[in-house]
Design a protein around this ligand. Structure first.
Ligand SMILES: [Zn+2]
Length: 473
């Protein structure tokens, strides 16, 4: 393509503090409309906001994890606009003195590592929610005043796919920090985008459009894909892009013009007089820094070097902190990282994905998975048996050795018993034995299969192979 794409993303993250940013109303999701609203978040005359201390603490944690410089002082500003979901007619936000600036998030797709620069991270409050009905609208103010963290990137992202990757890495990081549930369905993590195209040889950036109303990471990717096509078609005709805000329509798969782009001065920003500037103590930042756990990218790199597992395994295992913790605990008990990783990534993940839950929500313990891996390596059970007992380990939390005993699934590794079975199979398959002796080596596979069948999958396949070979000499 002859155009270069520049994308910037604005992620809005609901911080999961118990109460709202400037009052003591609960932030719990899913309660009856307007049961979590007080004079402060409704903007009634005479009410005054008070900053919830948990809010800057969580925000600083995120900003530090994103390698940002934390401001010494931050202040809040009023962003003025009139809309029914905003009872005060202004939103408390941060304009010229944001909480933090100049960070970056490292992402990796395929083998390419890239740093996406973070321009700023600032705090603001969420608005209420509107429900548009036939001929009227309903308003729920339960969400009004919930703390939001806005994370703004530089236009460093060069494709819709890369935007998707960035969001995946950002979400993983935010979940490690335990500051938000990042649930897109419940609106805890939302994302707007801006995108511009320019000829490869041109300097500077092209004219951008802003995209809103994307409800999932895939929605962000699809909306950007659409915009790349729309804008390049306009540029192809020699026309100009109009700077505007466009809404993504997921059902129709297209963006439509919402309004021409408003400038900052349209919002009449001015300092919030009811909240004093907030001094951020260096010591407080330092203390928060020590609370930051090892982050997913660092952990991924360590997994490869420490456990000698493939990069792919390391990236899958470290995406969720709980999965990574589970893996490390199991490996600590029984040191076979690759076997343990395989089980987590395949059979266990299949069950978790189907149910849409994380590994801590099932009864499988790391100790039991470790035990199962050991039994496999020692030949006490076959892969087939392991697969058969896994679901009870997951749902009932039972130990593999107990399940094997209860279900009579122990692998037959007694040479005498196996020889008896093998003798019988050889007698019943004289033709195959002749084939084998005349050079058809794959006849052996068939005979092994017959023994396994006769033992109902319980014979130790390695031993069956060895005994058969010596008998057939
Ligand atoms: Zn309130």
């Amino acid at each position: 393509m002859k155009y270069e794409t520049n994308i910037g993303l604005e992620a809005h993250l609901q911080l999961s503090t118990k109460s709202k940013a400037f009052c003591s109303c609960s932030t719990e999701f899913g309660n009856a409309p307007n049961t979590q609203a007080c004079p402060v978040c409704l903007g009634l005359p005479g009410s005054l906001p008070v900053l919830n201390r948990e809010v800057p603490a969580s925000a600083i944690k995120v900003a530090l994890a994103l390698n940002c410089t934390i401001a010494d002082r931050m202040k809040f500003d009023r962003k003025n606009y009139y809309y029914p979901d905003l009872p005060k007619n202004f939103q408390i936000s941060q304009y010229d003195k944001p909480l933090a600036r100049n960070g970056f998030l490292e992402i990796q797709a395929e083998k390419v590592v890239k740093k996406i620069r973070i321009k700023r991270v600032h705090l603001e409050e969420d608005a209420g929610k509107l429900f548009h009905k036939e001929g009227y609208s309903l308003i729920d103010y339960n969400r009004a005043g919930t703390p939001l963290l806005e994370i703004v990137t530089e236009p460093d992202i060069s494709s819709p796919e890369e935007a998707y990757t960035y969001l995946t890495f950002l979400k993983s990081l935010l979940r490690y920090l335990d500051v938000s549930d990042c649930n897109m369905e419940e609106g805890s993590l939302r994302c707007d985008a801006n995108i511009s195209l320019k000829k490869k040889e041109a300097s500077g950036l092209g004219i951008k459009t802003e995209l809103k109303n994307m409800n999932s990471f895939k929605g962000v990717r699809n909306a950007l894909d659409y915009e790349v096509k729309r804008q390049s078609a306009i540029l192809e005709e020699g026309a100009e892009i109009i700077q505007e805000t466009r809404l993504w329509d997921a059902d129709k798969g297209l963006t439509t013009s919402m309004r021409s782009k408003e400038e900052a001065h349209d919002y009449r920003y001015f300092p919030e007089p009811d909240l004093t500037p907030f001094v951020i103590d260096k010591e407080v930042s330092e203390r928060i820094k020590t609370d930051i756990p090892e982050l997913p990218r660092a952990r991924e790199v360590r997994f490869v070097s420490q456990y000698h597992i493939p990069e792919y395994d390391a990236s899958v295992l470290t995406q969720e902190k709980k999965t990574a913790d589970f893996f490390e605990k199991a490996v600590e008990i029984y040191n076979n990282p690759k076997t343990i990783s395989n089980w987590i990534m395949s059979d266990i993940s299949a069950v978790l994905n189907e149910r849409g839950i994380s590994i801590d929500k099932v009864r499988l313990s790391a100790a039991n998975l470790a035990k199962m891996a050991r039994m496999l390596d020692e030949g006490a059970i076959s892969t087939k048996i392991a697969k058969a007992i896994l679901i009870d380990m997951i749902d009932k939390g039972e130990a593999p050795d107990v399940l094997v005993r209860e279900k009579g699934l122990s692998q037959i590794s007694d040479a005498g018993e196996l020889e008896g079975m093998i003798a019988l199979v050889l007698k019943e398959n004289e033709k195959t034995v002749k084939d084998y002796k005349s050079g058809k080596k794959n006849a052996l596979t068939f005979l092994v299969g017959q023994v396994m069948k006769a033992s109902r999958g319980k014979a130790n396949p390695k031993m069956v192979n060895e005994i058969l070979k010596s008998k057939l000499k």
